[in-house]
Design a protein around this ligand. Structure first.
Ligand code: ADP
Ligand code: ZN
Length: 745
């Protein structure tokens, strides 16, 4: 492997890391590690590409959204490469969490930072030095110390991973000067491959990362930022607190975050929700560190379900089962908003993102922005305009503007998973007449006023401003009493959205666009909505078909998980994710083999927790008279080349060679070939007695064949066949080879 890398590097040629190559060399392929160690069936988009690129020894920049699965991009290579993988991350809390999760899967990882006791520090240093640790997590400032440099000079550094790589760029929102010095670290270890990872990178930051680290163009991987499991919704804010309470009422068993604009707001809302009987804690920078930490920990460990927080909360939170993120106030920018909702549904299960929007929140933010000056004010104002446009859009798919921010064009017309795409089209009505009234009134008042004043004129208000300006004399004065103030405001937002009105960013004054002038002239019909409903029940149908699972069993398994987690002193998701429990509650696995098919169950977790969970599932099924359901492995569908995995898994699950032959309509030899590839890919074969019974060879013949394989190797059959004078058939040789291979385990 390292020869492969070196030659690739030296000659600068493209050397794809070949799964076949792995198998020939009997090295476990990335896909096997994915399943056996991490328990997952399929790679997420670009994971495989990034891993293969890294294994081929090429420096790589990978940009993936939060929850996209960046960690596996270095964790799998770390297990395959000869040498140490160093992971640089600025978030100490997150490192600890990652190390815990890795260890739960049996991956030897350690962290070095100042929070360790001297003896733990020493222990971790030793395990890096003697090569027993494959992964080392460090903060950049730690990495830059002489102590670590000298440690690394005593080991072979194979892969230098720079997490949160946007911190290297002064253009990023989170520049850290220590990150700049990582450039020198790279130069110290020219043979190490470098992998830079980030979830936030505008094109400028991206270019900056690559040029700082001296990467070449071809090694950039940008995943789609679309998080399809997130249901995105904007609703008008009416009685904010009541709305939140009703939203939470329907999500009693779920974890989630409610973001507020100010600390005071956080305290108020948290207190209110607590009074309503919700399991909730506040989080903001004004709380004492110890309190803040305790609240965060309680949330992570599922002791508390809801965190009400300012945006100070979330960085360094790895909790995969956040089922909702609510914005009680308007976020300051689309970028911030997307990052915040990105904390929902990291486990890939459906999650709900709700933003409560009111115009008074916009006014509040604008007030703060107006305290600023110059560039800062202009930038902040532009960001606010964009999020307001986003929030007021009631027709287009929400994903379009969100993804456009990352330079991505969302191609589908209808995502099926946002409020606008799932809204009932029947709700659209003919609004031609009120629209014309409104547009004419904008025209008559001189295109110098905002929606509030235009509405006042339409509704025949006698307020001071209307009278002073003489607008009570206009022909449009008082022609709109049939609609409420709120309905007119709503209509005006739609007209802006539909391109009939232009709204000035700062003063919010309205003017007619050519489209409006045309519409007034032609009396063209205009379709829209009158009065937005507060919630749109029944329409929020997620596109993804959620697994239909047994809620009662899920609750039992959750309790089991919590008890095991508390005993081990780790967050529950270190044991198993919600996704894993959902699958268990849907398929009712009854054996180790079936349990292994559940997403997130690898070999080590099977050994450690398999019995506990199987016990609970079996007891439940017995009581309710339920049967196990067969889970089709997803890998087979996506990749026909992986039939050997299907065959191997089925064999391990107890299916006989005879039955596999019939199922796949192939010869015995082909099934044996599949099994050999399966074993060669690093999978253990759990049933070698059955193999023995497949051959008609005498014990002496078996022994002779085994000796021949041991002598001549297991790759080619022909030399063995010849050595045994052609007396043993190829099929029999294949069986013996399998026995030899599975014993080498
Ligand atoms: P990121 O660092 O990009 O935000 P993580 O690496 O923390 O994302 O991954 C998010 C979650 O998704 C984790 O719980 C992780 O175990 C899970 N995950 C990653 N890759 C896969 C995969 N291929 N299949 C299933 N789950 C995955
Ligand atoms: Zn949509």
């Amino acid at each position: 492997m390292s020869a492969l890398q070196d030659s690739g590097k030296a000659k600068g040629i493209k050397l794809a890391f070949d799964t076949e190559q792995c198998i020939l060399n009997y090295m476990p392929a990335p896909a096997s590690i994915l399943k056996d160690t991490f328990g997952y069936d399929a790679f997420r988009p670009l994971q495989r590409e990034v891993i293969e690129n890294v294994l081929a020894g090429r420096d790589t920049l990978a940009i993936m959204p939060t929850g996209g699965g960046k960690s596996l991009c270095y964790q799998i290579p770390a297990l395959l490469l000869d040498g140490l993988t160093v992971v640089v991350s600025p978030l100490i809390a997150l490192m600890k969490d990652q190390v815990e999760q890795l260890r739960a899967n049996g991956v030897p990882a350690v962290v070095l930072n100042s929070s360790l006791s001297p003896s733990d520090y020493q222990k971790n240093m030793d395990s890096v030095r003697d090569g027993s640790a494959k992964l080392l997590y460090v903060a950049p400032e730690t990495l830059l110390t002489g102590r670590i440099f000298s440690l690394l000079s005593q080991t072979k550094l194979a892969l230098l991973t720079i997490d949160e790589a946007h911190c290297i760029s002064e253009w990023g929102h989170d520049f850290r000067p220590e990150y700049r010095q990582l450039v020198d670290v790279r130069q110290r270890y020219p043979d190490a491959t470098c992998l830079a990872l980030t979830a936030t990178a505008t094109p400028r930051v991206r270019a900056d990362i690559k040029s700082s680290l001296k990467f070449s163009q071809s090694n950039e991987f940008v995943a789609s930022f679309d998080r399809e499991n997130l249901y995105v919704e904007v609703a008008p804010k009416r009685d904010g607190m009541g709305q939140i309470a009703r939203f939470l009422e329907k999500r009693k068993e779920q974890s989630g975050i409610v973001y507020c604009f100010s600390r005071r707001q956080v305290d108020e809302l948290a207190a209110y929700l607590e009074l309503q009987g919700f399991s909730v804690r506040p989080y903001h920078a004004g709380l004492e560190t110890a309190v803040r930490k305790a609240n965060q920990e309680a949330f992570i460990r599922d002791d508390v379900q809801i965190i009400v927080a300012t945006i100070a909360f979330g960085m360094g939170i790895n909790k995969p089962n956040v089922r909702f993120v609510v914005h009680y106030d308007l976020p300051k920018s689309i970028e911030g908003y997307y990052q915040e909702i990105g904390r929902a549904g990291r486990d890939g299960l459906p999650a709900h993102c709700l933003l409560l929007y009111s115009y008074s929140d916009v006014a509040k933010l604008r007030y703060f922005i107006n305290q600023k000056e110059g560039d800062e004010r202009r930038v902040a104002s532009r960001h606010l305009d964009a999020i307001v446009r986003y929030a007021e859009d009631e027709t287009n798919c929400r994903r379009k503007p969100l993804l456009a921010y990352f330079g991505e064009t969302y191609a589908a017309e209808n995502c099926g998973n946002c409020d606008n795409c799932t809204a009932d089209p029947a709700e659209l009505t003919d609004i031609t007449i009120p629209a014309q009234k409104f547009l004419s009134c904008v025209k008559r008042t001189g295109e110098r006023f905002g929606a509030g004043h235009v509405t006042a004129v339409l509704r025949g208000s006698k307020n001071e401003r209307v009278l002073r300006l003489g607008h009570d004399k206009l022909s449009t004065y008082g022609i709109g009493e049939e609609l409420t103030q709120k309905q007119w405001m709503h209509l005006s937002r739609q007209l802006v959205q539909m391109g009939y009105l232009h709204q000035d960013g700062e003063y919010r004054t309205l003017s007619l666009t050519p489209k409006a002038i045309g519409a007034l002239k032609d009396r063209a019909p205009i379709m829209g909505r009158l009065e937005a409903a507060e919630t749109r029940p029944g329409k929020a149908r997620a596109r993804r078909i959620e697994l239909d699972y047994d809620r009662a069993l899920f609750a039992i398994l959750r309790k089991k998980r919590k008890a095991l987690a508390d005993k081990a002193g780790v967050p529950p998701y270190v044991i198993f994710s919600d996704r894993t429990l959902v699958e268990m509650s849907a398929y009712f696995p009854q054996s180790s083999a079936s349990l292994l098919k559940m997403s997130g169950v690898g070999q080590v977790k099977l050994r450690q927790y398999g019995e506990a969970f199987l016990g609970a599932i079996k007891a439940y099924c017995e009581e309710k008279g339920l049967q196990e359901k067969y889970k089709e492995s997803r890998r087979g569908k996506s990749d026909a080349n992986r039939r050997y995995m299907l065959v191997g898994e089925a064999y391990n699950a107890g299916e006989s060679i005879q039955s596999l032959r019939e199922r796949y309509q192939v010869k015995t030899g082909t099934i044996l070939d599949h099994l050999a590839r399966f074993v060669a890919a690093g999978n253990p074969l759990r049933n070698s007695d059955d193999l023995q019974s497949q051959t008609s060879l005498s014990p002496q013949q078996q022994k002779a064949a085994m000796q021949a394989f041991e002598e001549l190797g297991t790759i080619y059959l022909r030399p063995v066949f010849e050595k045994l004078n052609g007396e043993i058939s190829y099929d029999d040789l294949k069986i013996i080879r399998l026995i030899v291979l599975s014993r080498q385990e």
